[in-house]
Design a protein around this ligand. Sequence first.
Ligand code: 13P
Length: 287
Amino acid sequence: MSLVTTKDLLLDAQKGCYAVGAFNVENMEMVQAVVSAAEALNAPVILQTTPSTVKYAGLDYFYANAKAAAEKVHIPVAMHLDHGNSFDLAMQAFRVGYTSIMIDGSQKPFEENVSVTKAVVDACHPADVPVEAELGKVGGKEDDQNGGDNNPYTDPQEAKAFVERTNVDFLAVAIGTAHGVYKGEPRLDLDRLSEIRAVVSVPLVLHGTSGVPDDTVRDCIGRGICKVNYATDLRIAFSKGVSTFLQEHPQTIDPKKYGALGRDEVRQYVMQKIQVCGCAGKGYRMA
Ligand code: 13P
């Protein structure tokens, strides 16, 4: 089927108390792996690309990959811009056909974050394309942005005002997760998540989920997270597959051979995380 937007996927998830997995893809094999894993489990799924991935190959290449993969299956697949770092990039993705846009103004002062988010919302909503924003800073290094040491968590009352003023569809919250590989076990402020949920009605998004224990992710979903982002572990899985193959067959020159193993590793990982999100069987297959 054609690519769908994330709007209904996440509202359905909110009603059904599950989450939809959002998986960062960096090449064709990863797109195939994620969509094939979701299809095997009859799950809705979100593909997403960060600005650095977009810079590597172009929005149009990734959109074309996602569209081709979605059209071969009967589950809902959405294509999302992750951490859009400017109004211009958000508009480029929107024009190319991305069906979901994140504008990340979390590095900016509150008023500037409100204003850039509202500008993207005002541009996307007439075409029914939903928008995700972030308030508070997720730690670690996501793409070219760096949360650095100044890493405040999302304030519930600020979150309420932010959503009311921007009319944003989904809100990414900072509750102690970080992008990249964790040094120890991450400690999340789950009470804060519940406090945000109590005053913010839109679906909430968890970033930095690679390395967060599955039970903690389930707890977050129970407290209002409807979209769960995984990136680092997909990179690790793909690289593991490729490097294992090349170690065993160092003479190989055919990229299809090692690409296929990278793809298999990503597929297995994504299948497991779809189960954690609780969205297996929620793919409402369509003709
Ligand atoms: P991880 O790299 O920690 O999985 O984070 C993914 C993410 O939040 C992408 O926006």
